[in-house]
Structures are given as C-alpha cells and as structure tokens.
Design a protein around this ligand. Sequence first.
Ligand SMILES: [Zn+2]
Length: 209
Amino acid sequence: MDKFEQIFRNNEIWVADKLEKDSEYFNNLVKGQSPDFLYIGCSDSRVTAEDLMGVQPGEVFIHRNIANMVVSIDLNVMSVINYAVKHLKVKHIIVCGHYACGGVKAAMQPADMGILNPWLRNIRDVYRTHKDVLNAITDEPARYDKLVELNVQEQCINVIKLAAVQEAHKERGLTVHGWVFDIHTGKLIDLKINFPKILSEIMEIYRLD
Ligand SMILES: [Zn+2]
C-alpha cells in the first residue's frame, strides 16, 4: 500500500477508535466549535499544532503559513484572526515559531526565491529592526534561533496592532502569547511576551479604539 492509500486506511482506523471510545463523538463534533485558542504557526510539516499541544479537534482554531507571519495585507490571516476574535471569541491568541525554520533561514540568505520574495521580505524587516542584537551574535545557529524568537515577538506585535484584538483585550481580557517549538527536544517554550507592556507602548501609535 502506498502512502496515499495508507492515509484512508489511517482515517478508517481513527474513526473506529473515536467511536469505540464515544459513540456520540461525531454527533457532538458536528454541533459546532467553541475553541479557547487561536494558534498561528508555521506550515512546516514537522510542527503539527494539535500533536505538540496534546489537544483534540474542536479545541484550537488554527492558521499556518510559512514562518508564522502576521502580515496586515494578507486577507487570509486577517480573516482568521477577525473570525476567531469576533465570532469564536477565543481567549488566547498564540503565535508559535520553531527553531530550524526553513522560512526564517531562507530570509537570511541572499537568493532570489521568486514569488516567495515579498513574503520573506517581512522576515528580513524583522532582521533589520533587530540588526544590532542579531549581528552581535557570532555563532550562526544561535543567531538563527534568536531571529526565530524575535520574529515571533514581532508577529505578536502585529496581532496586538489589530483593532479587534485591542477591543477584545479591553472587553474580555483576550491575551496574546509568543511560543517557540524547540524541534531539537520537542518542547514548547513560552517566550513570556509582556502583552500589557507592549500594548501600552504601541498604543501611542497604533491605538484604534
Ligand atoms: Zn518554519
């Protein structure tokens, strides 16, 4: 059996397993979703959101793209955030990066990546913003790791800039978190982004309500 066919076999096993544990499983799933979390992560096949968080279908609303970017003119990510905050009323928004991120690495290399160029440019902008800190790190892998962390921090800031997020924070205490998945150990690292501090710092410029 090839890998493609195997997927449908896997699915049959998964369905049977779910129904064995709870015969109403899919009847309950179809009723709707009310997740507490919005997760914005990288498309990397090694960083599977539900697996690494140990959560089940229905618990996390998910958006993934190359290098977990939150770009203000990307209608896709903007729609996801807006829907999650305004309609699903999630309590937490998580931006999760990961070490050894190919997107971050590609942004650091001077190569023409075609259609990816404008996307990677957003990561290059993060490098430019934190150039002094990054250039002071002589060890190259350590510098990549730091850029992964700073990119998460900057994308959290991009989330905090949004009117819907600012409103929901004021009204019901919505918070934004920055995580890194350490692909070497499998561990999730909370960067402990100081949400209230960043919010108060950027409000001067980005206040929208
Ligand atoms: Zn990645």
